[in-house]
Write a protein that binds this ligand. Structure first.
Ligand code: UTP
Length: 281
């Protein structure tokens, strides 16, 4: 029996410097692709995968994220009075029910691993695994299930730690966590090691981790040590790598197209692709 996955962590405490000055006052995760902010796509993907608890790791100044998922009584009653039921449904559709969302402050940007560690007290680390979604990585799978739903289905069979992966051009390996692959089985690549941001010449493969994970509690034991890795940050990849040998690690080649909305071109490409998908659906 694998440990169930009912909770998801959304690490959204980063500074979003690549979008300055837009992100001076607006969190990067609130930038919209069409009419919805990035963070809402991430939450909807988690809901679709059966997640019932949403743990947001935020920094000071990201109140807009909490506001987005809270009710807006004045706006809602105005839309109701005006008979704008379609818009009312959109506004109410973004609300997370009380008790389903937690907002935890990461007081210093010490890295993705540290951000995830900040969510530990919201988890039952004896009995459950946890999903992690980085809203920057937006995945469009027009005709099929969302990426996290695909992952949780495959996780029920293989267990262990799981991360979404795709091949990147070799010159980009220094931006990603990269798998050292030991065997392949369909959509799954089993890793014997992981390296965070290797130089292209040293990368063991070009199979790179993108922002979707299912993590076993043991990963938090390694994050507890707060060891610094690439960029002097506490890296999730390093903690996952240290569990290999005790716990299987699989990369999962998901169905869908991923857009890196953490950079400006990827964000524009996502807007164009979603607009096209919207107009044909
Ligand atoms: P990025 O590397 O994209 O950093 O983080 P960033 O700060 O968001 O953006 P830039 O590079 O300055 O433009 C990847 C993910 O990890 C989260 C970010 O919020 C983003 O979802 N993160 C990163 C944290 O939550 N805390 C950290 O300390 C670092």
């Amino acid at each position: 029996m694998v440990k169930p996955v009912r909770k998801a962590i959304f690490p959204v405490a980063g500074l979003g410097t690549r979008f300055l000055p837009a992100t001076k006052a607006i969190p990067k995760e609130m930038l919209p692709v069409l009419n919805k902010p990035l963070i809402q796509y991430a939450v909807e993907e988690a809901l679709d995968a059966g997640i019932d608890t949403f743990i947001f790791i935020v920094s000071e100044g990201k109140e807009a994220i909490k506001d987005h998922f809270a009710p807006s009584p004045e706006l809602e009653s105005m839309l109701e009075e005006q008979g704008k039921h379609d818009l009312l449904a959109l506004v109410q559709g973004a609300v997370l029910k009380t008790g389903r969302a937690a907002y935890i402050i990461q007081d210093q940007p010490l890295g993705l691993g540290h951000a995830i560690w900040c969510g530990r007290n919201e988890l039952d680390l004896d009995n459950e695994a946890v999903a992690v979604i980085l809203p920057d990585d937006l995945i469009l799978n027009q005709s099929g299930p969302g990426c996290l739903k695909q992952m949780i289905e495959i996780y029920q069979n293989v267990g262990g730690n799981l991360a979404a992966v795709e091949n990147v051009p070799r010159e980009q390996t220094n931006r990603y966590g990269i798998l050292d692959v030991v065997s392949e089985d369909g959509a799954l690549a089993k890793a014997k090691g992981l390296v965070e941001k290797p130089d292209p010449a040293d990368a063991p493969s070009t199979l790179s981790i993108i922002g979707r994970y299912v993590l076993q509690p043991e990963v938090f034991t390694y994050l507890d040590k707060k060891e610094r890795g690439a960029g002097n940050e506490i890296q999730l990849t390093d903690a996952m790598a240290q569990t290999i040998g005790h716990i299987d690690f699989h990369g999962f080649r998901f169905e869908g197209t991923r857009f890196d909305c953490g950079n400006q071109i990827g964000f524009v490409e996502a807007n164009v692709a979603f607009a096209k998908a919207h107009s044909t659906s």
